[in-house]
Write a protein that binds this ligand. Structure first.
Ligand SMILES: C[S@@+](CC[C@H](N)C(=O)[O-])C[C@H]1O[C@@H](n2cnc3c(N)ncnc32)[C@H](O)[C@@H]1O
Length: 312
């Protein structure tokens, strides 16, 4: 797939996303993870002539693809390059301080995964890059070359939930003293030396995921994004987040729960002294997942989890 190939990333859980975000009062919706623009296109088609979508992506190449795809919607679609962790200032650059809906469909797109030169996949050899925004200062190769063994172990354990984090980190440090790890194939070889048998593929996926999360500071960005999205929503506005692994989903779940509760006083206090009011009503008691038909048509949808909430 080349950069502007017409084979677009397949958006997941489109029907429930539209159902949550398109209310009779929706006028401005932010798609904070534009990607190939699949969700934005569906929102613009279904939302009617009054609806405007602001599409944000950290990846300028994704933005170029989506811009071409969504040109038909003219001024109803506004692309913006940037990280959603700066949501307030990105929207501020358009003079916007309040919106009706915010969508985040986290992680990387099929287009990014399928391009070996981006370095996201262990399935194809390419440079160990993994930056969503190619202007970020540090690539995956830089982290593997410079982090202490303990820091690497922590990344593989905390972001990949990998049981063999310690021996893999040790093997990386041993290897790099002889030759730098520059290619996805170099990292793959090390993991394959440590992990044998049926767990090998899962470990490869976990190690690559962990490194990608570290390179892009994905969990820090998600935390900052959630707080800003909540502040930007007008009362009655909706927030929808699609996660692809348990770390992201846990973070979204905890954020929704804390904001739906309001009070942060310790349970042993006889009465509330903080006075914090609930900010959100949760619309998905349990996360929504794709059905078997969607998974059969798009295997990458299988880990998707959608949570939605409404600002009070
Ligand atoms: C799963 S894809 C989104 C696909 C999109 N919904 C579609 O229908 O084509 C995730 C996109 O979000 C972008 N992204 C991930 N984290 C981001 C962040 N913190 N800020 C901005 N963009 C981000 C990635 O570059 C990628 O293009």
């Amino acid at each position: 797939m080349n950069d502007l190939s017409p084979k677009f990333h397949a958006p997941v859980l489109v029907a429930p996303v539209l159902q949550f975000l398109l209310t009779s009062e929706s006028r401005t919706i932010v798609d904070a993870t534009l990607g190939d623009g699949g969700h934005s296109e569906a929102l613009l088609e279904k939302g009617g002539a009054e609806l405007r979508v602001i599409g944000i992506d950290a990846d300028s190449k994704a933005l170029a693809v989506a811009q071409t795809r969504l040109a038909q919607f003219a001024e109803r679609f506004q692309p913006l390059q940037g990280n959603f962790r700066s949501l307030t200032s990105l929207l501020g650059s358009l003079g916007m301080t309040s919106v009706d809906g915010v969508l985040a469909d986290l992680g990387v797109s099929s287009r990014q995964i399928d391009q070996p030169e981006r370095g996201f996949s262990y399935l194809q050899d390419g440079p160990l890059d993994m930056r969503m925004n190619p202007n970020l200062p540090h690539t995956a190769a830089d982290l593997l070359a410079t982090l202490e063994q303990n820091e690497l172990k922590k990344i593989f354990r905390d972001y990949g939930e990998e049981k063999l984090a310690a021996p893999i980190a040790r093997a990386i440090v041993r290897q790099r003293s002889q030759r730098a790890l520059l290619r996805t194939g170099d990292l793959r070889q090390i993991v394959e030396k440590i992990v044998h048998g049926p767990h090998r593929v899962k470990s490869l996926a976990r190690i690559f995921q962990a490194l990608r999360i570290a390179v892009n500071e994905e969990l820090e960005a998600l935390n900052e994004f959630l707080a800003q999205a909540l502040a930007l929503l007008r009362p009655g506005g909706r927030l929808a987040v699609i996660s692809y692994h348990s770390l992201e989903d846990r973070l979204v779940k905890q954020f929704f729960k804390a904001q739906a509760k309001g009070c942060t006083c310790p349970p042993e206090f006889p009465m509330c002294v903080c006075g914090r009011q609930p900010q959100l009503s949760i619309l998905t008691a349990k996360p929504l997942m794709p059905g078997p038909e969607e998974i059969a048509a798009n295997s990458r949808a299988r880990s998707a989890r959608l949570r939605a909430a409404q600002k009070r």
